[in-house]
Design a protein around this ligand. Structure first.
Ligand SMILES: [Zn+2]
Length: 72
């Protein structure tokens, strides 16, 4: 994320964290539009969901191994 003060506009110039275009706004703004904010948050949620699914899968495999070993 890049933020510069634009003295001509009297606002901060940013680069959108989602689509990469430049826009003007408050210092703490990260996205050019609500649509970009939602898209970026959805992408983060998808990554979190994938990680959670991997953990569930690994736990399931570990349980299957333990069940197979206990049957020996
Ligand atoms: Zn954007």
């Amino acid at each position: 994320m890049r933020i510069d003060w634009d003295s001509h506009m009297g606002t901060y110039r940013h680069t959108c964290d989602s689509c990469g275009i430049e826009f003007h706004g408050r210092k703490n703004r990260q996205y050019c539009t609500e649509k970009c904010k939602a898209r970026h948050n959805n992408e983060l949620a998808a990554v979190r969901k994938k990680k959670a699914e991997k953990l569930v899968h690994a736990e399931r495999e570990a349980n299957e191994i333990l069940i197979a070993l206990s049957a020996l």
